[in-house]
Design a protein around this ligand. Structure first.
Ligand SMILES: *Cc1c(COP(=O)(O)O)cnc(C)c1O
Length: 949
């Protein structure tokens, strides 16, 4: 018997997995936009003058199984040793229930940043738990919902201290016992701002009157546990601010920074169950005194009420966010570390205060035992007082001992040329201690087990922490699993519906791409291991970099920046260093169009540049005349311009080459914000267009999930002339480093690499084309009901479109907020709201959404237009209608109902599912109430009832 092969593409074929519309759906969409083929459409949309000549090519696209096989082979080239290197990174145990139910659960990892609080109550609660945990452990009143890493947080603490200090001094003191990467990042950040950094011994070298602030490490990088109360008091006396970088696990035993009077505490929550991952991602924290909360960078979750007076969480103080503050911004942190923060908070929920304390005590006891063994061998162990880290001076045999330890499967820390550092952790077992002793020349098992502390009682903590009931749940796994499930169910993530966020590219995060991140060969590696242990990572990074170079037309990539904004900052620092190296260090003007993302001006200011704003023309493009005039006016001092391409207005501007040429003519460098690369991959390359450096948001274009507000990766690509100025190595204390680890959040790079492997060059190009088709399809279908704000002269948009909802506020008193909230009733996450144009919605469907899902969204948007028409034409009251009361909850199904529309219309508008209806857990959240009564930690249980008053 014979059969004909069908041409059906199985699921395990990249184009079917990542590309939503089926071939027949695509044909219908093309008909709607009036193009006879995808290529005809692309030729009309993407200007021919910027099209790339050669297609992307790196061989055949791999199937899932082929990719996983290749990934496995690469992973096996990494050697997983037990790393006792410390220096801010420690082995930890991720409770399996947390790993499976959060880290590996798309309901958690595919969520967006919680800007729409009504559909984000689950992760907002988890982040509030995080803040409560940090605030308790540090003894400070207010904590934020995460920063990128401890070193960036230390640099943020310095600039915050600069803003707050009464002292007019311009120097900042850094404890010589800070981790080298913290010193490096403080130096990087200080230099362009003209801040002098003094590194020294806080107990000998600190002249409090000469500085506006100081940073102490607690415990110190060599293990010291010092009471900083005296230097803190001296700083306060001089009107200066005291910052401490503190290990939260040590704080379970030790006197807290708050009890020593510190004003700001920062640190990493990595060892709360988040694997080292060769550098990240992990959540850094920042906490401060109540009086300083308004100066704190990053997002803060706060407690408010909804329209029924029920308790509801939201992001507090949002008006301080950098997209509002722009060139007045003091920090550029946008994407942070929401998912790692959730993981760390759950670790605390799982263990509770007794569990955390027991873990800390055991680590200390093991360290005491290790020290006793070493002392028995005749070594002098330093310091006398320690928590989990000790240092031994072994003199000339340093290399021999380190090598012996490595042969035992243990990495120790090399300090200088004679000393060795050892840090123990939750996973250290008796045989690890024996292996270390053997490396130091002793073969014994029974070092004295007397459980004594090497912490003076004056340093021990007697204040309580984690007292809130959330940290005292019944720890039966059934209960914990249900808690995580309950929170996940409150949220709307990509596993339920399209999240059409303009500029944020919320596309598929394929399961096969996610699987490798929890393989121990990727997750259990310390960021500072010898390079010969990470051949697999190096191969992966080299190959991904080569592909990204091919995609962007750049010559080199740095993987160090761990968010888009950090990429901007790193890129601008390379431009700054380039000018200085050429004797043109005076160049400090950065031209930025009004439509730029708020992180652009914020990063420019951080890099020591002055922002000159360029106008937009009526059609939304950069006003080339204004651009030229400003470039000429500042010709002598022009450092750079920052442009986004395609523009944040969702249009391929024809003048982008002119903008690059003008910048170069006046001696400036072009920074092209690569956040919109999803519209370019395979079709056009920033490097060919004339740009010198860009960041790529791997958490947008390259499938790293958004995690509810992070992690992300923002590597920069640049031309060869900028390559000498790439960020330096953080772990050795190099100024110029921008992240705590050289390859940023390395452990999520396999996601982007897997995407490239499974798509192949052709698949990636197809994805770009379909993303453009889908955006044009939406624009066309909505055009009758709403104005599409910007498009090319031929009437096309790029990969996103801006829907102008402002007229409705005039005719129907309907705001963009009302529309966003009503979309929740329809089971959707709102598009980007009021950016880049206030009062509008920016929609980006991405290539991943099927036509059916896009149509469901269109149906919802059209129905909302009709509801507005009912108001316009007087059929329903302007203040009492489904738009004003949106979103509706199950509360609206019961009790009194006196509204002029039905419960049916309220809860099941077009687009909403019947059986699979998504129910927002709260009605509309009251923002003003939340900011007036700022509460940023778990409210006391009594308040749970009061909130409903
Ligand atoms: C998302 C975005 C950024 C910032 O990236 P983060 O990773 O959030 O720091 C910068 N520019 C544009 C246009 C963006 O969309």
């Amino acid at each position: 018997m014979t059969f004909e092969l069908t041409d059906y593409l199985p699921y395990d074929f990249a184009n079917r997995r990542h590309i939503g519309p089926s071939p027949s759906e695509m044909a219908e969409m093309l008909a709607a936009v009036g193009a006879d083929s995808l290529d005809t459409l692309i030729d009309r949309v993407v200007p021919s003058e910027i099209r790339q000549e050669k297609p992307l090519a790196w061989g055949k696209a791999l199937s899932e199984r082929e990719m996983l096989f290749r990934m496995r082979r690469v992973a096996e080239k990494n050697q997983v040793l037990t790393s006792l290197i410390g220096q801010g990174y420690y082995d930890t145990v991720t409770p399996p229930a947390i790993q499976r139910n959060i880290l590996e659960n798309p309901a958690w990892y595919t969520a967006y940043t919680p800007y729409q609080p009504e559909i984000a109550q689950g992760r907002l609660e988890a982040l509030l738990n995080f803040q409560t945990m940090v605030s308790d452990l540090t003894g400070l009143a207010v904590a934020n919902a995460s920063l990128l890493d401890e070193a960036t947080a230390a640099a943020e603490a310095m600039t915050m201290a600069h803003r707050l200090a009464k002292s007019k001094a311009t120097a900042f003191f850094v404890d010589h016992h800070c981790h080298p990467q913290n010193i490096a990042l403080v130096r990087t950040r200080a230099e362009p701002l003209g801040i002098e950094v003094i590194v020294g011994d806080p107990f000998a070298d600190l002249d409090a009157s000469a500085v506006f602030g100081a940073l102490f490490q607690y415990p110190g990088t060599l293990g010291h546990v010092d009471d900083f109360s005296a230097p803190v008091a001296a700083l306060h006396e001089a009107g200066a601010i005291a910052c401490m970088a503190a290990d939260p696990l040590a704080l379970a035993l030790l006197k807290s920074p708050g009890e020593m009077g510190a004003d700001i505490a920062v640190g990493s929550t990595q060892r709360f169950g988040v694997p080292m991952g060769f550098g990240g991602p992990h959540a850094a924290y920042m906490a401060t005194k109540d009086e300083y909360k308004r100066a704190m960078p990053g997002r803060i979750v706060g407690v408010s009420i909804d329209a029924r007076g029920n308790r509801a969480y939201r992001l507090a103080l949002q008006t301080r966010e950098q997209h509002i503050r722009r060139e007045k911004a003091t920090s550029n942190v946008c994407t942070a570390q929401a998912l790692p923060a959730v993981l760390a908070s759950m670790y605390a929920v799982f263990h509770g205060p007794e569990g955390i304390k027991a873990i800390a005590q055991r680590i200390h006891r093991k360290t005491v035992r290790l020290a006793k063994g070493l002392e028995r061998l005749g070594y002098t162990v330093e310091p006398a007082v320690f928590f989990d880290t000790i240092t031994v001076d072994v003199g000339a045999v340093q290399g021999v001992v380190l090598e012996a330890a490595r042969r035992e499967g243990v990495n120790l820390r090399k300090i200088g040329s004679t000393r060795i550092g050892i840090s123990l952790d939750e996973r250290t077992r008796p045989d690890t201690l024996e292996a270390v002793w053997r490396a130091f020349g002793g073969d014994f098992r029974d070092a004295d087990m007397t459980p004594e502390y090497r912490l003076p009682s004056a340093m021990l903590r007697d204040s309580a922490y984690l007292e809130h009931p959330i940290f005292h749940m019944n720890r039966a796994e059934s209960e914990m699993t249900r808690y995580m499930r309950r929170l996940a169910d409150r949220d709307l993530a990509l596993d339920r519906a399209m999240i059409p966020l303009g500029s944020c590219t919320m596309k598929l995060n394929a399961t096969a791409e996610m699987m490798p991140i929890t393989w121990r060969e990727f997750s259990d590696i310390h960021p500072y291991v010898p390079e010969d242990q990470v051949a697999g990572y190096r191969e992966l990074i080299a190959d991904l970099s080569a592909k990204l170079c091919q995609i962007t037309g750049y010559d080199a990539i740095s993987m160090q920046p761990n968010s888009g904004a950090q990429g901007e900052y790193a890129g601008l620092l390379t431009i700054r260093a380039y000018h200085r190296a050429r004797g043109e260090g005076h160049r400090d003007i950065c031209l930025i169009p009004t439509s730029a993302h708020g992180t652009n001006p914020a990063s420019a200011v951080m890099a020591g540049m002055k922002v000159v704003v360029v106008k937009a023309a009526d059609n939304g493009d950069i006003d080339v005349d204004d651009f030229r005039a400003k470039a000429e006016a500042h010709s002598a001092n022009l450092a750079a311009c920052m442009v986004t391409y395609p523009s944040t207005h969702g249009v391929f501007e024809r003048t982008v080459r002119d903008i690059c040429d003008i910048t170069h003519e006046h001696g400036g460098q072009v920074y092209l914000d690569g956040a919109n690369l999803n519209a370019l991959v395979g079709l056009a390359r920033p490097g060919d267009i004339g740009s010198d450096v860009s960041h790529l948001n791997l958490h947008k274009t390259f499938c790293i999930p958004h995690g509810g507000g992070g992690p992300g990766m923002g590597p920069i690509g640049l031309k060869s002339h900028l390559e000498p100025y790439l960020p330096g190595r953080p772990e050795t204390g190099d100024a110029g480093a921008v992240s705590a680890a050289n390859w940023g959040s390395a452990s999520i790079l396999p996601i982007s690499w897997a995407y490239c492997l499974m798509m192949g060059g052709e698949g990636l190009t197809q994805a770009t084309k379909v993303a453009i088709l889908s955006a044009n399809y939406i624009a066309k279908r909505l055009a009758g009901a709403y104005d599409i704000l910007y498009h090319s002269p031929e009437g096309y948009v790029a990969h996103e479109c801006i829907v102008d909802t402002r007229p409705l506020s005039q005719t129907a008193w309907v705001t963009v907020d009302d529309i966003a909230k009503r979309l929740m009733d329809c089971g959707f996450h709102a598009p980007t709201m009021s950016w880049p144009v206030p009062g509008t919605l920016m929609i980006e469907p991405t290539e991943s959404e099927t036509k059916a899902e896009i149509d469901r969204f269109i149906t919802a948007m059209l129905a909302i237009r009709e509801e507005a028409r009912d108001i316009e034409e007087g059929r329903i009251d302007k203040d009492n209608n489904p738009l004003k009361h949106a979103p509706h909850t199950v509360e609206d199904l019961v009790g009194e109902w006196d509204r002029p529309y039905s419960r049916e219309q309220a809860c099941f508008p077009p687009g909403a599912f019947r059986v699979d209806k998504y129910w927002p857990p709260v009605n509309r959240v009251d923002n003003v109430h939340g900011d007036r009564h700022l509460i940023c930690s778990c409210p006391p249980v009594e308040n749970y009832a009061e909130a409903a008053e």
